[in-house]
Design a protein. Structure first.
Lengths: 270, 548
């Protein structure tokens, strides 16, 4: 077990892509302390900013308000990173496997272009979770992102596969240009959900203001919802499968796309 | 002062073929001898080449910047160049940043490059970017064949005035040569059309055809005595069966000097994408028999890149084929531009043929002085991949191994498997340096004779030509050691060459009212001032030749 505690709060972003089990696991205590990090344009040592306890390990614990620390868990393939506190941009970017847990909030680009592994944030997240970076054709292509709190705009932008589930409210353009995968919105979303979506599924438990380019179809209970309900139950998310149905909306016909938005409709409400 | 000793010297212009001898440099020039206290570089076991010259590349200007903006995903994968006391930070990749372009070219032993497509309207920007492209010397070709002022004059058969306007515009852009891209076709693109054949009337006109434009511009360039011949990107680029258009273009140019740009893209047979084949044989046969022509290969290598050209209609077609990104620019009355990121795939039939055609032309054209090594950077591949092509040319066994990777149905459509020619180091020195320098009309470049510019590349002699040419041991530019033991040690500013043809200054009285009518820019702001071009070296053209 390797424990890193932030010494003092940061005003300038600290780029620390070395904070990943793939980099840290093979290193001894001294080598971990000497790893390079970039504070703005200046290169510093990891121990300029963190107190380091223990040797390199697949189990890493990060403590403190890391909301200015970027790229934690970048490209990681295995192991576990537990963040006690907040984290900054690009947590778990390009990640391929392993687990990242955050007790506080994170900011933008959580799990950007990730292809595997699990990220669980108990607090709120910023914009573009699991999204494609600028210019890329596709966003996350596998793995799971769970956010207990709220999230910003463009979550799952151009995502291809994988699962994003958000407990709190989500802002505009959820699933923008989505190409596949699943987004679960436990508390609904603001405007233009699923804009330009080509394939994939967005499930919302709250009514959505849908765009006119979505065609309303059946009210039903697809069998795969049960599987998601089971999977999400361990994160404390309850996806209903009885006493109502899911209204299916097909779109976005402006692309044209074959995506679906499923909106929960309890029995007795038209 | 510098003496390079014990190296095997390849200097084709002066007939030096692998002779071990000293090369002395002083004051930025090659000299007969230097005093004994001059620094000595011991080049034992190494070969000494004149610095490379790129006759056709796209390294600066509005179109390239547009492409840079369109491909952030490729920049993320690109090799970074870190800030150091010698160099500024930058990125290599498919469209290297300005400073990186200079470092990477010099890092491979190339010291001169011709930016082959500059609209006058973005010439100021281009020259500013070229200033920030360190080490290498630069020159530019200005886009003319779709300039509406010129086209209007040709429509009315006012050849003499068109010549004066061209001369004024070359100097206004501080350009070195004249480029014709898809003559008439880009003007037609403004109407959503194209000019595929040489005798189609240009949309928007009644008489003028691509053939009229090509012939007139070639005559103008010859009569103005510009050092570089008309630089032609033929109509119908990239299309199956386009070799007939290319042959027609070359026939139209009989009696003129001409440089056929990226000939690979213009040498396809077949009727459509499914029947496409190589037509490098008829093209090379015609080319070999006509010494008025020079060309560059425009070879393709497999991998990611981005295509940039003034040929707007072709880029739209390419976008429809890829279905991904596309950028289109309209440059007022002058030209257009299209940008499409592209991946050349080994297993793709069309791409495999393109790859073969580039190499076939290099092998089938018998006179190495008339064919230059290019990839039409970044269209066919990035310029930093030239060493891969050198290896393919020098090693037929390696080439045969690479051919085996192609899809089988390609083999009957290409002639590459039958070609056994192997380039020698002497011939490589011709196609990478001496030949393009002669084509560009730069007598001080591409050789190591006394009085030549002190641009020298020194490579370890190795069996694998790709490794040999990718990492020079020493590169010397204008007498300054730039690369030493494979590391960048110095960065200097390069020269920018421009041509000044002789013209009648009263032509401005004709142009001024046209500007007020048709341009968004005032006439006074249009020309690039001499002070705006850093390191400007002017080639004063001789008196205008009037045909008898």
């Amino acid at each position: 077990m390797l424990t890193l505690t932030l010494k003092s709060s940061l005003t300038v972003p600290l780029e620390a892509e070395c904070l990943s089990p793939d980099v840290l696991a093979p290193l001894a205590h001294v080598a971990v302390r000497a790893l390079p990090v970039m504070l703005g344009k200046r290169q510093h040592r990891l121990d300029d900013h963190f107190t380091v306890e223990g040797d390199g390990s697949d189990e890493i614990e990060l403590r403190g308000d890391l909301s200015k620390v970027k790229w934690i868990g970048r490209l990681m393939t295995h192991g576990r990173v537990a963040i006690t506190g907040n984290a900054g941009m690009h947590v778990g970017a390009y990640m391929k496997g392993g687990t990242i847990e955050v007790t506080g909030n994170v900011t933008d680009w959580l799990g950007g272009e990730m292809s595997g592994g699990t990220i669980h944030v108990r607090g709120n997240a910023g914009q573009q979770l699991g999204s494609a970076y600028r210019g890329s054709a596709s966003g996350m292509s596998g793995g799971t992102i769970i956010v207990g709190g709220s999230a910003g705009i463009e979550i799952g932008m151009r995502m291809k596969r994988g699962l994003i589930a958000v407990g709190g409210p989500v802002r505009d353009f959820a699933g923008l240009q989505m190409k596949g995968g699943t987004i679960v919105l436990m508390s609904g979303a603001e405007l233009r959900t699923g804009a330009w979506m080509q394939r994939g599924t967005i499930i919302s438990l709250k009514p959505l203001k849908l765009m006119p380019t979505f065609a309303t179809a059946a009210l039903y209970n697809p069998s795969f919802i049960g599987l998601y309900a089971k999977h999400l139950a361990r994160f404390g998310f309850a996806l209903p499968t009885a006493n109502g149905g899911y209204r299916r909306h097909l779109g976005d016909s402006s692309v044209p796309g074959k995506g679906e938005i499923l909106v929960w409709q309890p029995t007795g409400i038209a | 002062m510098l003496r390079i000793t014990n190296g095997k010297v390849y200097d084709p212009k002066n007939g030096v073929n692998g002779v071990v001898r000293d090369v002395c440099l002083d004051g930025g020039k090659v000299v007969a001898s230097v005093p004994a206290h001059a620094r000595v570089i011991d080049a034992s076991g190494m070969v000494v080449f004149p610095g490379g010259v790129d006759v056709h590349t796209h390294v600066a200007g509005a179109a390239l910047n547009f492409a840079r903006g369109l491909i952030p995903e490729q920049h993320r994968k690109a090799r970074p160049i870190y800030h150091s006391p010698q160099c500024r930070a930058g990125l290599a990749g498919s469209t290297p940043t300005t400073f990186a372009t200079g470092y990477v070219y010099a890092g491979m032993g190339w010291t001169t490059a011709n930016e082959a497509a500059v609209p006058i309207l973005s010439a100021k920007h281009t020259h500013e970017e070229l200033r920030d492209t360190p080490i290498i010397d630069k020159c530019t070709c200005v886009l003319m064949a779709n300039n509406e002022i010129i086209l209007d004059l040709l429509e009315n058969a006012e050849f003499e005035r068109a010549k004066q306007v061209t001369a004024w515009q070359v100097w206004a852009a501080k350009a070195y040569g004249v480029k014709a891209v898809n003559p008439g076709g880009v003007a037609g693109w403004k109407w959503g059309k194209d000019c595929k054949g040489l005798d189609e009337v240009v949309p928007g006109y009644n008489k003028v055809t691509p053939r009229t434009i090509i012939k007139a511009l070639a005559d103008i360039v010859d009569q103005l005595a510009l050092p570089h011949p008309i630089h032609i990107h033929c109509n119908n680029l990239g299309a199956p069966g386009n070799f007939t258009t290319t042959l027609e273009t070359m026939k139209t140019l009989e009696g003129n000097r001409a440089h056929m740009a990226h000939l690979q893209y213009h040498a396809y047979g077949g009727d459509d994408w499914f029947t496409m084949s190589s037509a490098s044989v008829p093209i090379a046969e015609y080319f070999n028999a006509h010494p008025n022509l020079t060309c560059d290969a425009g070879a393709v290598l497999f991998g990611d890149t981005v295509t940039i050209t003034a040929d707007g209609p072709w880029q739209h077609l390419l976008y429809e084929l890829t279905g991904k990104k596309w950028g289109n620019l309209d440059v007022e009355n002058e030209t257009g531009c299209g940008v499409v990121p592209y991946v050349y795939k080994e297993k793709n039939l069309v791409n495999a043929i393109q790859w073969a055609v580039g190499l076939e032309l290099l092998l089938l054209i018998t006179d190495p002085w008339r064919v230059s090594l290019t990839t039409d950077h970044p269209n066919g591949a990035c310029f930093w991949r030239y060493p891969e092509i050198v290896r393919l040319l020098m090693d037929k066994d390696f080439r045969k191994e690479e051919i085996k990777k192609l899809p089988e149905k390609v083999l009957p459509r290409i002639v590459l498997p039958e070609l056994d020619r192997e380039y020698t180091l002497y011939e490589i020195a011709i196609i990478t340096s001496a030949g393009p320098a002669r084509t560009l009309g730069l007598p001080q470049k591409g050789h190591l004779g006394i009085g030549a510019d002190a641009d020298v590349a020194i490579f370890n002699e190795r069996a694998n030509a790709m490794e040999m040419f990718a990492y020079p041991r020493f590169v010397i530019k204008a007498g300054t050691v730039i690369i030493e033991e494979g590391e960048l040690r110095n960065s200097i500013e390069g020269t920018q060459f421009a041509s000044k043809p002789v013209y009648d200054e009263t032509i401005e009285d004709y142009l001024r009212p046209l500007f007020q009518q048709h341009y968004t820019m005032s006439f006074e702001n249009y020309p690039v001032a001499e002070e705006c071009v850093h390191g400007l070296e002017v080639h004063q053209c001789g008196a205008c030749i009037t045909p008898t």
